[in-house]
Design a protein around this ligand. Structure first.
Ligand SMILES: [Fe+2]
Ligand SMILES: [Fe+2]
Length: 257
């Protein structure tokens, strides 16, 4: 099978124009800067996936603006952009502002095929909290999807990561029930997991499967933070290659403003 090359972004934290900027950062400009760099790469990615915290406040106006940005950038790059929800997102407002659907608090999860590679995009956010957990409905759905292998395997996209960090404080932000996810993907065609939320590049093995979190497009965090979170004005993304049945991740850090 031909290698598949794509870009993983996370934590764009977009706010509609006119709001007080988060940390005085123009997060829309940061998203544009990252995708401008992607457009200059030697190879064009097959698609882009963003693993949650799409907007910062998550109201309808934020999602309408985010949708406009995604449509513009998708057209410039000439490839689709898939999205997952994070703890800063609100399902109902996302449905209304981004999808143009009736408001609903239903979890937003789906699978999509890209050139033989399957993405299984999950919704780990526990509504009303910043915690991450996979509910039984999504676990059952995932087991069903994974019962048939995809030609190039499956990559699971979820906002809350599953790999430990250098800091106990940051470890408290990981997925609450990783053992349930491990049981659902054991013995299946899953070749990797991609996530965000912690705002730093972090790569490890989850039950033998590579799992990578990316730094935030909007801002970064010091992975050794203790006591309180130390925010960093940086940026970045992951280049992801699926080759010979393996997921290979290349973290691409970028400076901040
Ligand atoms: Fe975030
Ligand atoms: Fe988050």
């Amino acid at each position: 099978m031909e290698p598949i090359f794509f870009v993983h972004l996370t934590d764009t934290h977009i706010s509609a124009p006119g709001k007080t900027p988060l940390f005085q950062l123009n997060t829309a400009d940061k998203l544009r800067a990252v995708l401008k760099e992607v457009r200059g790469l030697g190879q064009k990615p097959a698609f882009v996936v963003i693993s949650g915290d799409l907007t910062h406040d998550g109201d309808v106006e934020d999602y309408r603006y985010f949708k406009q940005l995604v449509d513009e950038e998708s057209a410039l790059l000439g490839v689709p952009i898939h999205v997952a929800l994070g703890n800063h997102d609100f399902r109902s407002f996302f449905r209304e502002g981004y999808l143009g659907e009736e408001p609903s608090e239903e979890s937003y999860y789906y699978s999509v095929m890209e050139g033989g590679l399957r993405l299984a995009v999950l919704n780990t956010q526990v509504p009303g909290t910043h915690a991450g957990r996979l509910d039984e409905e999504q676990l059952a759905w995932l087991r069903g999807v994974l019962s048939e292998p995809a030609p190039a395997g499956t990559i699971v996209v979820l906002h809350h990561p599953v790999v430990k960090t250098p800091s106990e404080m940051m470890d408290s932000h990981l997925l609450d029930n990783p053992e349930d996810l491990a049981a659902a993907i054991e013995g299946t065609d899953v070749i990797g997991l991609l996530s965000g939320h912690i705002h730093f590049h972090s790569i490890g093995l989850f039950h033998g499967i590579p799992s990578a979190a990316g730094t935030g497009v909007a801002f970064g965090l010091d992975p050794t933070s203790r006591g309180s979170m130390k925010f960093i004005d940086n940026c970045g993304y992951n280049l992801v290659m699926v080759k010979d049945g393996q997921m290979i991740v290349h973290p691409m850090p970028m400076p901040g403003d």
